[in-house]
Design a protein around this ligand. Sequence first.
Ligand SMILES: [Fe+2]
Length: 345
Amino acid sequence: MQLRTKVIFGNFIEELKKLNLEGRGLLCCRRGFKNGLEWLDLKTIRISPEPTLEDAERYWSNIEGESFDYVLAIGGGSVLDMAKVLAARMTNRGPIESFIGIERIHNPPKPLIEVPTTHGTGSEVTKYAVLRLTARGVKKSMVSEKICPKVAIVDPRLALGLPKELTIYTSIDAFCHNVEAYLTPLADPLVDLVCESGLRFFFDGIEEAIENKLEGREKLMLCSLLGGIAITNVQTTLIHALSHVLGGRYEIPHGMANSLFLRGFLEFYRGDEKFERLQRELGMNVMEELDAFYERHSLKRLSDFISEREAIEVAEKAFENRRLMEGGRRRPSEEDLKKIALTSF
Ligand SMILES: [Fe+2]
């Protein structure tokens, strides 16, 4: 197992000070985030949610003529991912689209410090950056060991106040990372431990996080971080293949898109030896627990967004993603994938 990122827990301002950052930095965030950072020489760029490739090029054209010594990202997954793209573009020439795919970055990006404010993507420790390609109606990933942040500062207080819906859906993204990674043939005993811990933190902390208690935020931040470590060593599979198409076509936020396929995915793995082991380790029937959770919080269904015909087309498109289709312990047929898509319909 590899962890290319130095992970620090603590008050992010105090921890940032200890890094002794020098020179001029690019700050990526959702809203202005100057409070408490006055001692740094920063240019701020605000990142929109679920950004597109065109957004990435636009952000780049706004800063192209300037030079930066590091990139600091404070925000949710979209902000953390875009910071990776911009840090990579600072040291690599060519259209950003050419970075999409596996190991397409040649030069190490500018040093990247990432501070998550939601608990979902685990992007602060991953080698992934996701962009929406509007013209093709799909989301694609830039995958490179080089874009793993140099430092991640985990400060669960930053997630306090996250609205209920965002809390639920970003947490489900973290859940999916842990369970998808666990159910890949590449998951070794250490990855298994990481994922089991991540899933325990989800079940232990999710209600407290929804109630906005700090203990719950801490557990979900850990769930997200562990999920990030897991997928950067292994990978995601079917849920993400489906949600990348759904999110690319219909602008449904990533965590929410994942939540629509999670139950179908677990149904597909029913009876799988390793999934059974996971349930024994966690001491619960995962599907029943999730069903109760979905019911309790009235989570959305796929039919709230698209028609059955459109859901089938999403599955057909997702099935073309060979890397994710072939990544899991079970390889689905196209019919299996349609069934997974329609489970939450
Ligand atoms: Fe994800």
